[in-house]
Design a protein around this ligand. Structure first.
Ligand SMILES: Cc1cc2nc3c(=O)[nH]c(=O)nc-3n(C[C@H](O)[C@H](O)[C@H](O)COP(=O)(O)O)c2cc1C
Length: 373
């Protein structure tokens, strides 16, 4: 059914327009309270086996919507209605900014992938904080807030820009993410280098602690294009600073192994590639992080997750939470439900009593076999 809608309608529309149209529908349905509850009952996970405790939060399941879909926090409850257990909003920057000129979002349909160079188009941290503050008390959706650097702010002043956003947003966040891995803000990814990342994360932690009495969990989101040694260095730093977790991964600047006609890929131009082609590297980075951190951090797996098998593989490799974005575009509104049902079935078949027991299970198995434990 969705396949038909995708082929007949969405595929013929400019991808950014299609996004606004589909998101508009979700928001419209969720604006009708009775209808929202009904759809949520059908699409959101009800299975107690999937209940997940992560970052000090209780979630109905482990699967959430990755950052970038709802940059301005305009449709959180609608996204929970379609079955996401948490919604990561943003990236939000210190100042409002328009992002890059359109077209800036492209589909590589044969690869079930997207290329985007949105460039953090968002209304800025003041406006988004005001919107989050005005959320109805009845809203129970868990909200991660992902923050990044305003484009016009020089790299040398990046920390102050993140601090501004933190001061405005931390109190509204169930968890906070420092995004240093989007390829579409010049220089942003240099902040992943440990000597830049240490003062940045320290400043954000302090700002979060200043702005609310609650200890807001803090995570960092990294790129799949980091060299293995740099992944290890970020993991070590996260442990050293007492961070709560790492989100792996953002989009890649790589274009290898694609089936799409190279001329089409070339025409899309620069930007981050997401979806199926990211699967392998994203999983590798997760495995590396799990080994390096030995279960001491909450790992959030994102990148190329399309099926319940993919999500289950991430859990076994060490992810407590799993997120997706591109799969939602290609698979439609029943996607989260499909993932949850498949996860519950795999959990039951595995013999693990809870999802938490399954986290990192293949990694431990491999270590056992190699006599590492
Ligand atoms: C159109 C688009 C916009 C995105 N914007 C953001 C963003 O603002 N901040 C961020 O941290 N990640 C952003 N991402 C990256 C996703 O959160 C995710 O890390 C990436 O797409 C890999 O997951 P996927 O393969 O399931 O799409 C964006 C992705 C897409 C496709």
């Amino acid at each position: 059914m969705y396949r038909l809608l995708f082929d007949l309608l969405f595929r013929r529309l400019d991808p950014e327009k299609a996004h606004h149209l589909a998101f508009g529908w979700i928001r419209a349905v969720s604006a009708v309270p009775g209808l929202r509850a009904l759809v949520r009952r059908v699409l959101a996970p009800q299975d107690p086996a999937l209940r997940t405790r992560a970052l000090g939060l209780d979630m109905p399941g482990p699967f959430g919507l990755a950052a970038g879909f709802d940059k301005n926090a305009v449709g959180i409850d609608g996204l929970a209605m379609v079955g996401f257990d948490h919604v990561e909003i943003g990236t939000v920057t210190g100042q409002a900014q328009p992002g890059n000129p359109a077209p800036r979002l492209f589909r590589l349909v044969e690869d079930r992938a997207l290329v985007n160079r949105m460039g953090f188009n968002n209304e800025g941290s003041a406006a988004v904080a005001a919107r989050l503050a005005a959320r109805p008390r009845s809203s129970t959706t868990l909200v991660g807030v992902n923050i990044g650097k305003t484009k016009v702010v020089p790299e040398s002043e990046a920390a102050a820009d993140y601090v501004t956003s933190t001061e405005r947003l931390a109190r509204h966040a169930d968890y906070l993410v420092v995004n240093v891995s989007s390829p579409n803000t010049p220089g942003l990814r240099n902040l992943q280098a440990v000597d830049q990342l240490r003062p940045l994360l320290t400043a954000v932690r302090e700002a979060a602690d200043r702005s609310t009495e609650r200890r807001v969990p803090l995570l960092v989101k990294i790129a799949p294009d980091l060299a293995d040694a740099d992944v290890d260095a970020v993991a070590d730093l996260a442990l050293e600073l007492g961070l709560d977790g790492i989100i792996a991964t953002n989009t890649t600047i790589g274009r290898t192994g694609l089936r799409t006609d190279p001329a089409v890929v070339e025409a899309a131009g620069a930007g981050g590639l997401s979806g199926a082609p990211l699967k392998q590297r994203s999983l590798e980075v997760l495995r590396r992080l799990h080994v390096r951190t030995g279960g001491r951090l909450t790992l959030v797996a994102v990148g190329g997750v399309e099926t319940a098998d993919d999500a289950w593989e991430r859990v076994l490799a060490g992810a407590t939470l799993v997120q997706g974005y591109s799969g939602f575009i290609y698979q439609g509104p029943f996607w989260a439900r499909h993932i949850h049902r498949g996860l519950a079935a795999r959990l039951r078949a595995s013999g693990h009593a809870t999802l938490a027991d399954a986290v990192g299970a293949t990694a431990s198995l491999r270590d056992d076999q190699q006599g590492l434990r």
